[in-house]
Write a protein that binds this ligand. Structure first.
Ligand code: ADP
Length: 258
């Protein structure tokens, strides 16, 4: 049986209708499934409302202490619990977890380089046995993007990275894992302004070529770097698309090899 890891993107989380649609899709998946979410726009709204300024460098959040407190409240609290409650209504017995809960995801604070990302976590370990145990009880874990370092420090962690590390950890059990990234486009596109240009299958060679041409940029680059690494580490498939394409088994399928 295939285990699905579904990561829902920021722009899907921001739109209540799209979010409901994504959770509907998750609740109808056959077989064990794990949901991974970040926080979308809400965290920045609360940061501003509490009199702080959202700190970003190149589209990545800098997590100072007040920011860490707020993202923990928003991601591990409000958003995670709203998602869990929605899934219960759809008869999916979801259990919301941060990385600290059950010691599910251990990370370390990103070392300070040219940029100090503050309390940003880089993932060291995902407890696949714990997640698999929950799945075997009929529970669907809903992971938010907050982890910890086992020294009492919570860390803000990229949701794509969590999805990826979770997929790799489950694959090593071993389990057959489908890693699905749900965002607002039908897939990785040759031309970002033309949704009909979404690619059906992407190989590492084609990816490098499109990256060089500038056709693939921004958040899609770390997503794809991690996707190909996950395939090399035993994840069965990585699919990137919107809800319609994912539902139809379409979207961009990342493929191993040249
Ligand atoms: P999310 O949280 O939704 O996963 P990311 O910013 O991590 O968002 O990655 C998705 C983004 O990648 C898209 O919103 C899009 O702006 C950008 N992107 C860059 N190049 C492409 C491309 N060729 N096809 C699709 N998306 C692309």
């Amino acid at each position: 049986m295939m285990t699905t890891i579904l990561k829902i993107g920021g722009n899907v989380l921001n739109q209540p209708v799209q979010l409901a649609d994504a959770l509907d899709y998750f609740s109808t998946l056959k077989g064990p499934a794990i949901l991974v979410h970040g926080g979308g726009r809400k965290a920045s709204e609360v940061i501003t409302a509490m009199g702080h300024r959202p700190l970003m460098v190149d589209g990545r959040r800098i997590t100072d202490e007040p920011t860490l407190e707020i993202v923990t409240m928003v991601y591990a609290g409000l958003i995670n619990k709203k998602i869990v409650a929605f899934l219960q209504q759809r008869n999916t017995n979801a259990i919301g977890l941060s990385g600290a809960d059950g010691n599910a995801i251990i990370a370390h604070k990103r070392p300070v380089g040219t940029i100090d990302y503050g309390f940003a976590g880089d993932v060291d370990r995902v407890d696949a046995a714990l997640l698999s145990g929950l799945l075997s009880l009929g529970l669907s874990p809903v992971l938010c993007s907050i982890t910890h370092d086992e020294q009492g420090q919570l860390l803000n962690t990229n949701a794509d990275t969590i999805a990826n590390a979770t997929a790799v950890a489950l694959a090593s059990l071993p389990q057959t894992v489908s890693l699905q990234y749900c965002f607002e486009f039908p897939g990785v596109m040759l031309d970002i302004s033309d949704p009909s240009s979404a690619i059906k299958a992407l190989t590492p060679a084609k990816y490098q070529e499109l990256k060089k041409q500038g056709a693939i940029a921004g958040g899609m680059i770390p997503k794809l770097d991690n996707a190909f690494a996950a395939l090399d580490k035993g994840v069965h498939e990585v699919v990137i698309g919107d809800l319609t394409t994912l539902r139809n088994g379409q979207g961009t399928h990342c493929r191993k090899g040249a």
